[in-house]
Design a protein around this ligand. Structure first.
Ligand code: ATP
Ligand code: MG
Length: 939
């Protein structure tokens, strides 16, 4: 099928499904400040998706001109990437959703009436927990489960990684459709995006369903055409191959797809097509933004031509071919072809005028670098190349990378700024220019040796300090860590949940301490500090992993597989891994389970792991084809992207997992294993934390010691700690009750002794856990809590004893000592040691026994403080007396204050020595209140 026919079929298919056919938006959307070039079909509908414009239609279909600068390095190298390409798309604005989008995509691809692709050559991916999409592909379309792969947010979410790292706003899972040709690489042809959420803030629970859900799909026109035409690369389809061949002709070459010449001709094809389309829209080559992109593309193509021997402009001669190939969808190109060609020719002439001198200069720089043993292209050299010879820095970097030399981007930008470039070379951040990106282009990968060895000789390929690539590092103890990249390394870079290795890199006269190892693409980044000497790029070094820590990590990682196995065995096949972290003798494992794991289940899981450790099963790993691993029953984790072949780690005959981590050679080397915690992390996901080896043993020792300490504190045997804790807790509770109610408690109950046989570790831990549960504290906090409770009990006991002494004063004896004032009975008395509760109780009793009674009780406390409580019967209140005013009048005598309601009031004072005076004042005060009741006082 011809490409033009495919484009038309797509648009008319979706018209037949009620879509409005809309024209392509421009390639350079000056209306949209957020992008330089249109990156996808949805770009022109952003406001429709956000509900910002009035919708005149709710379904649309387009073929959109796109340009992606991010794919520039792929051009010529991969079979399926362009800078400029066309994207077919269908869109729903709050109209149809997943089901229709998937059904129609499948119908269009496989129906004989439309593309008629063989269904068995198609597979799909869906987002991790998008059961809805997986269900439609599985149940409605009938794809078997091995053809529906679940991938994480970096692959199957739009925007990529949005759930974890944002941005906030409209987002959603997506589903990609892949074609697997009989020969050659699989290719993603179509991406269906289901925008169904509004992201608000960080996880968890940050994805809110949108009231109106949208569909946004993108199908690569050239990729699908190459599939339909059965060619091995997009560049060989009907609308591109003629440009490739025309380029070969104007350059006087014959096109050999596999050779360097082939790559150059494909790059020329891509770049001249992109530039033709952009210049058609009046975007001319220049120094900024989209204009700079066009300049860079043109100069790269010219350089390719120059390196094939061209010394005269040639690119412009391809413009008519491009216009012809794109004539059907974009007939307007024919009208501007002459203008476009002359713009391109001018740029070619300019660059060809300086490029030879530039290339000579570059050769000299490379020569100097070699003789001076430098591997980083200096920023100042690159800036000079650009300003004097017009060689874009990206081209220079590319040439350096071909010689395994790296490029100092920050240095380049600094130098541009120094020489008066106002933007400081900021325009160059359009392309990826970080030091690690530069290293990747020069080195591509670090060979990982750490499965077999912990020490290896290697060569320093990159030194990154303060975000600069540098040739030499001599500053000891750089404030921020330095990154070293080697050509090969035994250091494991953090991945798959396993932490990075630590260790050292040493060589003649220097030592670099590695405190962490990370992975970036296929590069291993050794992060740390220079501890002595001087480190230079391109020198030979020995890289040495800390063997002890590595062993601790291996124990934890192998134990993680044992735990995964035991979880599946005890809880069921649903208990799949959701996430894991493997550190030195420490592991954390998240898995699916609706309810908390019971203590019995947990014990059984732990016992199973321990049994597998005791068995001493051998641990083996090998690379196998993905399909074979699947057949062998290897656990495949949702969200993991597996390479093919994959590394399969087996333990005995019971565990098979696809894993890139470092493992023991025998499960017995785990030595010890203990689960220390089980908790929930989110709905349906539980987390287990466990220890192995040294940490597990140390933990067990600590548990034993802790229980012993608690036993000593309680004066019982270890076995009896929980019972004693229970007694202690009950006793403290009773004492507290007694202290408030004034009632006595019985003597402390002593826990029954259960003998002193030596307990097993399981019993020790069980006893401590039970004690911790009773006390509601962490395991290791049991002794301190016991101690605190015992102190509390002693204090309460003393308080109660004082109360008991005060309790000898009875209501009756107080009544016996009452005097009568103005017809009311008045009691003013000291009740030593009584607390306020007791005083209130006494007053209540007295009020119940008789009407017309006023009582004020005072008690000095141990600490010299004084408590006063007064109470009156209602009839006295009616006569104008008030308990509140009464204590209020007395309290100042003992240096205090207070008050309260008319019927009962309390005050405190600081000076017990003034108690007699206070009691005298109490008498005077109540007399004056009772003798001149409601009437105004007369003197
Ligand atoms: P890839 O991972 O292969 O680069 P992608 O995930 O970036 O693709 P999307 O952003 O989903 O692709 O774009 C939708 C479709 O557009 C893809 O399925 C593919 O068919 C096509 N496409 C994307 N980038 C390019 C490109 N640089 N050249 C040609 N076609 C492309
Ligand atoms: Mg891409």
């Amino acid at each position: 099928m011809k490409t033009d026919e495919l484009r038309e079929k797509y648009l008319s298919f979706f018209e037949s499904k009620g879509h409005v056919r809309k024209p392509s938006d421009v390639l350079v959307p000056t209306w949209d400040p957020s992008v330089l070039f249109t990156p996808a079909g949805m770009n022109q509908f952003k406001d429709h998706f956000l509900g910002k414009v009035k919708l005149e239609f709710t379904r649309a279909t387009t073929c959109q001109k796109c340009l992606r600068t991010g794919d520039i390095d792929n051009v010529g190298r991969t079979a399926y990437h362009h800078t400029f390409f066309e994207m077919l798309g269908n869109f729903s604005f709050g109209d149809y959703f997943k089901r229709d989008a998937i059904h129609w995509a499948w119908e269009f691809l496989t129906s004989k009436k439309w593309l008629g692709l063989p269904a068995d050559r198609l597979t799909v991916t869906v987002y991790l927990d998008d059961d809805e999409a997986a269900g439609i592909w599985g149940n409605d379309i009938g794809l078997s489960s091995d053809r529906i792969e679940r991938m994480g947010e970096d692959d199957n979410f739009w925007p990529a990684g949005a759930p974890s790292s944002g941005p906030d706003g409209v987002c959603g899972p997506c589903s990609e459709i892949f074609y697997h040709p009989e020969q050659g690489k699989s290719v993603e042809i179509w991406n269906l995006v289901f925008t169904q959420f509004n992201r608000v803030g960080a996880p968890p629970n940050n994805l809110r369903p949108l009231p109106s859900k949208n569909i946004d799909t993108g199908m690569g026109l050239e990729r699908t055409a190459s599939v339909l035409q059965g060619v091995e690369t997009n560049y060989h389809i009907d609308i591109l191959k003629p440009i490739v061949l025309a380029a070969a002709e104007v350059c006087g070459q014959s096109y050999d797809p596999q050779a360097e010449v082939g790559r150059r001709l494909r790059r020329i094809t891509d770049h001249v097509r992109a530039c033709t389309l952009a210049i058609h829209e009046n975007v001319y080559p220049g120094n900024k933004e989209e204009k700079y992109v066009i300049r860079r593309l043109l100069r790269r193509a010219v350089l390719d031509g120059r390196l094939m021997g061209m010394s005269e402009p040639f690119l412009y001669r391809l413009v008519p071919v491009v216009a012809e190939m794109m004539r059907v969808p974009y007939p307007e190109l024919g009208g501007t072809a002459d203008r476009v060609a002359s713009v391109i020719k001018k740029e070619e002439e300019n660059f060809l005028g300086t490029v030879d001198a530039g290339l000579n200069h570059i050769d000299r720089i490379f020569g100097d670098m070699q003789s001076q043993e430098r591997s980083v292209v200096r920023g100042e050299d690159a800036a000079r190349l650009y300003t004097t010879y017009g060689v874009p820095p990206e081209l220079f970097e590319q040439m350096a990378a071909e010689r395994n030399l790296t490029f100092d981007w920050p240095g380049f930008r600094q130098d541009m700024a120094k020489h008066g470039d106002v933007s400081g070379g900021d325009q160059f951040v359009i392309f990826k220019t970080g030091p690690i990106e530069a290293l990747k282009r020069a080195l591509h990968q670090t060979q990982f040796l750490g499965y077999d060895s912990l020490e290896a000789s290697a060569e320093v390929k990159g030194i990154v300090a303060a975000d600069h690539l540098c040739d030499e590092l001599s500053e000891i103890g750089h404030a921020s860590p330095v990154t070293i990249v080697l050509d090969r390394s035994p250091f494991y870079g953090e991945s798959g949940g396993q932490v990075g290795d630590v260790g050292e890199i040493v060589g003649e006269g220097f030592r670099f301490e590695v405190t962490d190892t990370q992975k970036d693409g296929d590069l291993l980044l050794h992060i740390g500090h220079l501890r002595s000497g001087k480190l230079r790029a391109a020198t030979k070094v020995t890289a040495r992993v800390d063997p002890q820590r590595r062993q601790e990590i291996r124990r934890a990682h192998s134990a993680t597989h044992l735990l995964h196995y035991a979880l599946q065995k005890n809880l069921g096949g649903h208990a799949q891994q959701q996430g894991s972290k493997v550190d030195a003798d420490w592991l954390r494992f998240d898995f699916t389970n609706l309810s908390p794991v019971t203590a019995e289940q947990l014990a059984a899981i732990e016992t199973d792991v321990q049994a597998r450790v005791a068995d001493g099963a051998s641990v083996q790993w090998q690379y196998v084809p993905l399909a074979e691993a699947r057949k062998a029953g290897a656990m495949m984790l949702f969200g993991e992207k597996y390479p093919d072949p994959v590394r399969m780690v087996s333990m005995g005959a019971f565990s098979r997992e696809l894993c890139g981590g470092t493992h023991l050679s025998n499960t017995a080397e785990v030595e010890s294993f203990e689960i220390v915690q089980e908790e929930g992390v989110s709905a349906g996901t539980r987390r287990i934390t466990a220890l192995t080896g040294v940490k597990a043993r140390e933990h067990a020792d600590q548990v034993r010691k802790t229980l012993d300490e608690a036993a000593r504190e309680l004066g019982v045997g270890a076995f009896d700690v929980p019972a004693a804790v229970r007694n202690l807790a009950t006793r403290v509770r009773d004492l507290k009750k007694a202290a408030t109610s004034g009632q006595a408690v019985g003597a402390a109950e002593s826990a029954p002794a259960t003998g002193n046989a030596t307990p097993t570790y399981a019993q020790v831990r069980g006893a401590l856990r039970e004690a911790a549960r009773l006390l509601n504290v962490a395991l290791l906090d049991v002794p301190s809590r016991v101690q605190a409770l015992r102190q509390e009990a002693v204090q309460l006991q003393q308080q109660l004893e004082r109360l008991a002494a005060a309790g000898t004063i009875s209501a009756q004896s107080l009544l016996d000592g009452a005097t009568t004032i103005a017809g009311a009975r008045v009691i003013i008395a000291e009740v030593p040691n009584a607390n306020s509760n007791l005083m209130r109780q006494l007053i209540d009793q007295l009020r119940q026994q008789t009407d017309s009674i006023a009582v004020l009780l005072a008690a000095g406390q141990d600490d010299g403080k004084v408590t006063l409580v007064a109470g009156l019967t209602k009839d006295l209140i009616a006569k104008g007396a008030s308990a509140g005013k009464w204590v209020g009048a007395v309290a100042p005598v003992v240096g205090g204050g207070g008050g309260g309601k008319p019927d009962m009031a309390q005050a405190g004072g600081k000076d017990a020595s003034q108690l007699p005076a206070a009691l005298a004042e109490a008498k005077r005060a109540i007399e004056s209140m009772l003798q001149s009741p409601t009437a105004p006082r007369t003197t």
